[in-house]
Design a protein around this ligand. Structure first.
Ligand code: AMP
Ligand code: GLY
Length: 425
């Protein structure tokens, strides 16, 4: 099979690594890819949101499966577009109506409420109803959670300690703090607990498979302090997400989500990402995403024991049937090396060395590129994730840390405390 994968992050590196191992894969193309994805296939200089160019590439290169890694093309309707442009092409990713689960917090909260899926109590407000928003804030306990309705590159959520700051944040968001994305603001109850990420591959017809569970580390600073980032590391499995917890997740969240999509006539063939929080042993949904997580994919792919290509193809064709998705029993961990300054301003174009010293780690490139002189240089905030297996999480982490220490580029930064809350796992 010829496969086209869209995206350029660490997630796409891990997907490409996994896809390239399948005996079914003939040619793998990654658009646009990064400085590391060339090891698994051929990078193609195409933007994931240039739908006509992608359709042309699909025709010219006899692509048999399109895998959409990142959310932007999905929210912009790539699946609906391809259905018209290349009707026979199987695509991994939801149609636009399904991508609303990530594209609109208001939509996803309404969906969960209607389906009885556990989530924080909420209401949505616009500039015209700001007074109701102030009144709703009065009914909540601090801290206050305010979310821009639309996509805001992971930055659209504010958690503020006082009512006065919450009122101020609401006014600013409604007046364009995140542009059109915050023209509607969701205010919700704060939930206290530990988060984890559950991924589901669905075929749009009621078939689904649950992938290995992961936990990511979103804050820039050790001890979960400082600004939110795209993710600084991840582990899988997650010690508290045991069989009992996962049974609740499947019963209360996965099935009602899959059923609710079908009930709405939404043909969702692709990955659903459940951002969950464990509140005293009970799972609640913090958010949906309509793609795999990054850097969760950099551990989840290590723990998918089955060939993912036939599973993705079957899901894209609408029939998972009785296909098996086996989980590897080993542990996996990933640690992300980032550019100093990230997630605020940082420099790019720094020469990277030490990629040959990764030992037993797999280096998944994110913000890297090959420059005009053929050198590997940094080109983003998150630069390279080192993923490793281990008999325990701590041993997997130790292997990843060795690889991250060996990696060199100017102003390299990484968190040294990934997985520290699980010292005995
Ligand atoms: P989101 O973009 O919705 O995932 O929110 C970003 C982060 O904000 C989440 O990963 C949580 O850490 C935090 N968060 C969002 N909603 C809540 C909530 N209702 N209670 C507590 N923390 C939250
Ligand atoms: N790691 C969180 C995300 O991919 O959104």
């Amino acid at each position: 099979m010829n496969i086209l994968l869209l995206g350029s992050g660490g997630r796409e590196s891990a997907l490409a690594w996994k896809i390239s191992q399948s005996p079914l894969t003939n040619q793998l193309y990654i658009a646009p890819g990064n400085g590391g994805t060339g090891a698994y296939g051929t990078n193609v200089a195409l933007s994931p949101v240039d739908f006509p160019a992608i359709a042309q590439f699909v025709r010219d290169h006899a692509i048999d499966l399109l895998v959409v890694g990142n959310e932007d093309p999905l929210v912009a309707g790539i699946v609906d577009y391809m259905r018209q442009a290349v009707p026979a092409l199987p695509v991994v990713g939801p149609e636009k109506a399904g991508a609303m689960l990530e594209g609109s917090k208001d939509f996803s909260k309404r969906f969960m409420t209607e389906e009885g899926i556990p989530t924080a109590r909420y209401r949505s407000f616009t500039a015209g109803t700001i007074a109701d928003g102030y009144a709703f804030l009065e009914t909540l306990q601090p801290p206050y959670v305010l979310k821009a309705d639309g996509l805001a590159a992971g930055k659209g959520v504010l958690i503020v300690p006082t009512l006065a700051e919450a009122r101020e944040a609401l006014a600013q968001m409604l007046h364009g703090m995140f542009g059109q994305s915050s023209a509607t603001v969701v205010i919700e109850e704060f939930l206290s607990g530990i988060e984890c990420s559950v991924f589901v591959l669905t075929d749009g017809h009621g078939g689904y498979r649950i992938l290995p569970v992961a936990k990511d580390y979103k804050r820039i600073g050790e001890g979960d302090t400082g600004l939110n980032t795209g993710g600084m590391g991840a582990v899988s499995p997650v010690p508290f997400a045991d069989d009992a917890f996962m049974a609740k997740v499947e019963e209360r969240i996965v099935r009602p989500t899959v059923d609710g999509l079908i009930r709405r006539g939404i043909d969702y063939r692709g990955f659903i990402f459940l951002g969950l929080i464990n509140v005293g042993g009970e799972p609640y949904v913090i958010e949906y995403n309509v793609r795999m997580g990054d850097p969760e994919t950099e551990v989840v792919m290590l723990r998918v024991a089955s060939d993912l290509v036939p599973l993705m193809l079957a899901a894209a064709k609408g029939h998972l049937g009785d296909m098996v998705l086996d989980h590897d029993t080993r542990c996996a961990a990933t640690v992300m090396a980032v550019s100093g300054g990230y997630p605020e301003a940082y420099e790019q174009g720094k020469a990277i060395s030490g990629t040959d010293l990764a030992g037993d780690s797999i280096l998944f490139h994110a913000g890297t590129k090959i420059d005009a002189d053929g050198r590997l240089v940094t080109s983003g905030g998150r630069v390279i994730a080192a993923s490793s297996y281990g008999p325990t999480l701590q041993q997997a982490l130790a292997t990843s840390y060795k690889a991250i220490e060996a990696l060199q580029f100017d102003k390299k930064y990484f968190r040294r405390d990934i997985g520290n809350e699980f010292p005995n796992s």
